[in-house]
Design a protein around this ligand. Sequence first.
Ligand code: NAX
Ligand code: K
Length: 496
Amino acid sequence: MSDPSAALRLLTVAESAAADHAAAVAGVPGIRLMENAGQRVVEALTARFARGPVAVLCGPGNNGGDGFVIARRLAEAGWPVRLGLLGDPAALTGDAAHMRDAWAGPVEPLSPALLEGAGLAVDALFGAGLTRPLEGVAAEVIAALGQRRLPVVAVDLPSGIAGDTGLALGEAPDCALTVTFARAKPGHWLLPGRLKRGELVVADIGIPEAAVAAQDGRLWLNDPALWTLPRPDPAGHKYSRGHALVVGGGRLTGAGRLAARAARRVGAGLLSVAAPAAVHALYAGDQPGVMVRPLDGPGDLDALLTDSRLNAWLLGPGGGAGEVLAGRVLTVLASGRPVVLDADALTSFAEAPQSLFRAVRGPAVLTPHGGEFARLFPDLDPARLGRLEATRAAARRSGAVVVLKAFDSVVAAPDGRAVINANAVPDLASAGTGDVLAGFVLGLLAQGMAPFEATCAAVWLHGAAGRAVGPGLIAEDLPEALPGVLRHLFGAPDPR
Ligand SMILES: NC(=O)C1=CN([C@@H]2O[C@H](COP(=O)(O)OP(=O)(O)OC[C@H]3O[C@@H](n4cnc5c(N)ncnc54)[C@H](O)[C@@H]3O)[C@@H](O)[C@H]2O)[C@@H](O)CC1
Ligand SMILES: [K+]
């Protein structure tokens, strides 16, 4: 694979189906893909579990068809297999019907009784075709798996998890292993799907790479292979690394100070804080490298905007939501400067989000947490649409890069590109960590990174810094952990 990002590509359910279809057009029959899919599951399963009685739970579609292959191949390998089918065997069609006919053992009706004596269950009930919550005997069997604490191997997806959103439609089993095909889907990386799937194996089932690559949904798992961090030019100077500006609050200075620290650690050449003169000592006191600029009278913001070296702006942390801050945001947006809007800068537009979106004309990044997102985009409910679709729609509507912050942060650009981030640690859920993230984005924008790449990189660096600190972390630790993360990414310095 020449493109290092190709292995990080995620395919939606529709894109996966289109890749399967393209494979058929290219002469690879569905029956071969299904045989390979079953075989890959058996390989992953037998590499991890000792041989013993196994219950293979099959659904009415192609996920169930994979289950018939798995049952046959496990039985051939000497495993005691019981197969249960949801619905009438005669109702199976296409490739699944073919695989039913190739299975020599009995087909029992699906029921919790199938699990008696089993040491392992294979969940081949529903995969990409899931459209509604499991009900009836399917739901009963999933509940029984949990009660018996049986290890579960899921085919493609844990049944009950929606492939595009990761949302659980009703019950879904807690799996030890999920084997999916060709590419992972968003639901393998978004919560709760990510927590339900167990270990994830992405298996090659013979879909030609060109057929997969043709489905360019521009969706990736966030990774350093997707972006290039700026490196200081040996012949450059501090001004060539950008001059970032934090518009700080006059009352709560902690958030702005954290963001300033983060922007400096990630490489901004200079950093200024604009704030009321009365609190300048607070901003500069613990960081002698920070410069302060007055922001008291109405002309102060305009004076700052005449300084063209201030090439990336952050508004919001500790800013105090309200009309004054909203007015400043609109003025800065009108200038077209690269801007990051966080916290109070977002909340200031809760009553009139359209006025914010209309004002976006240059590179802009919005960094809402769930509550701020709901205030700006009340109709884009992530619990209904899924976090990926909600974030993509928000980016399209606002014309800004949007990161919806969480353990499974999603970053989306107005043009449809999106990443799901997966390196966060739960310890990052504490006060001030969002200010640090905003500062990382700011510092990368100041160094000339494009807003989508800067935001993806900032989110990843934030997760990596969180990992480097580990349990007990506080927001202040994250900028300090960054040099270690960067050293690891960049390797040893060039000795020349
Ligand atoms: N060529 C292909 O398309 C391949 C498909 N493969 C397998 O095929 C799966 C997708 O197959 P299908 O599209 O048949 O879909 P599923 O087997 O996931 O679902 C079958 C059907 O069940 C119905 N259904 C959805 N939710 C339900 C619910 N809660 N209760 C009752 N019925 C429900 C739907 O009408 C759906 O079409 C993949 O997940 C993968 O396991 C693999 O064999 C690889 C090749
Ligand atoms: K499944």
